[in-house]
Ligand binder design. Sequence first.
Ligand code: MN
Ligand code: MN
Length: 362
Amino acid sequence: MSKLNELQAYLVTNEIDAAFITTPDNVFYFSNFNSDPHERLLGVMLFKDAEPFLICPKMEMPDVIAAGWQYEVVGHEDTENAWDIVTKTVATRNTPFQKLAIEKAHLTVERFEAIQERFENIVFVGIDEKINAMRIYKSEEELVKMRKAAELADYAIQVGCDAITEGKTEMEVLNEIESAIKAKGYAMSFDTMVLAGEKAASPHGTPGDRKIQQGDLILFDLGVIYEGYCSDITRTVAFGQPGEEQIKIYNTVRAANENAIAAVKPGVRAMDLDKIARDTIADAGYGEYFTHRLGHGLGISVHEFPSINGSNEMVLNEGTVFTIEPGVYKTNVAGVRIEDDVVVTSTGVEILTKFTKELVIL
Ligand code: MN
Ligand code: MN
């Protein structure tokens, strides 16, 4: 069953007349059309018992068809009111339009009011939970893309390691990484982080003109998009021989990462994975320096469901992809994070990111 058919079946079961999907990531998920329209309206209108349509800026209509959308596509120009076109197209379906499912976590108040004004007596219900539940499960077709995205992330870390020389700034290293990925024809999943020395130990560090020095730990956090799917990797490497406590912190974070990964299998709860990593770090005496959740779901969005944190009781099943990224940030001593992308398999875990976790000393 296609994703669109599955959502339509959900509308039928729950007696919802239609669903209007407007976040670009979800539009891509259901239509294979990948675009960020900024403030312009892009959406998929799915009906319980009529043919869906996709509304987009007129200039993008050919791309929607090229992406494989098999139903009606309606375009709007900048001089038109897109909601007039939505209203008109809904009317052509001749089907009840009272109970409408929307993405409550994302639809702006402005758009909410526009719908309310045009359709009398409309009742809204949330579709977020259903879509999140669908997106948590990755098909083999999606996993193929995520493996490729992870492979490109591994490559980007290698480029970063090769770029490190004394006196180069974080921004210069970052630029070499992003240029290498762009040269291959790909985009990053988010702004690349290259943080050196005390910058890596600050939870809010941003890359700048800090120059690489002997004895620095350097933290890379980056990801690449492959055919709409994101990777997200962190590696921390040393420039010159690291000190004793830096090595201890590195080994602690690595053990936390590896212990949590070893526990991944169908049926494990998100909170249990978080606890395993947190206990490993606390046992080494660094508990207070691990200041964030263990990880997050990954896919079309770089952060999606499920959240891997200490209070999420969700049971993880085969096909769920998420990050495992423990870190220790001890001011003026070391900032270390090691992040991998993993998928739950029928028997355990597959690690998508493969760059070495041995402490690399450059
Ligand atoms: Mn990351
Ligand atoms: Mn991450």
